[in-house]
Design a protein. Structure first.
Length: 136
């Protein structure tokens, strides 16, 4: 109940404050920080209610257990794809060629990032199932 009240208060504060200092992500204005913090609190509350109280599966647990490995692996893979020129080839010849006509360029870009994330989420899931953890 306290989280819900706090989030509601932050949303109200953000709306009032935005009249004087508009939302601006690049500047991290106080109105933007209150707005995004409130939504983060609501998401955290929803996950607590669904996962901890209702027993829904924690689908992101594998990413959290091997967060360093996923981050480093994704960075290395993106560097290698950019260095070899495969990143542009995959994006242009696979995703844009298939999706852009139906969904637009923005969704093609999102699909590229989502595919990249899903590959590393699958690797993290396999590592977690086998009991492998890479941590500092």
């Amino acid at each position: 109940m306290h989280m819900l009240a706090g989030a509601a208060g932050l949303l109200l504060l953000a709306l009032i404050w935005s009249a004087y200092l508009p939302f601006n992500k690049q500047l991290w204005t106080p109105s933007f920080v209150c707005w995004t913090s409130a939504w983060a609190i609501l998401l955290l509350l929803a996950m607590h209610l669904l996962i901890d109280r209702q027993g829904w599966p924690a689908i992101g647990k594998s990413l959290g257990v091997n967060a360093i490995a996923v981050y480093a692996g994704a960075w290395l893979a993106s560097c290698m794809l950019a260095w070899t020129g495969w990143a542009n080839a995959i994006y242009q010849h696979v995703l844009v060629a298939i999706l852009q006509k139906q969904t637009g360029e923005e969704f093609s870009s999102f699909a590229y990032a989502a595919c990249f994330t899903l590959v590393f989420a699958a690797l993290a899931f396999v590592m977690n199932k086998k009991g492998r953890r890479i941590a500092i």
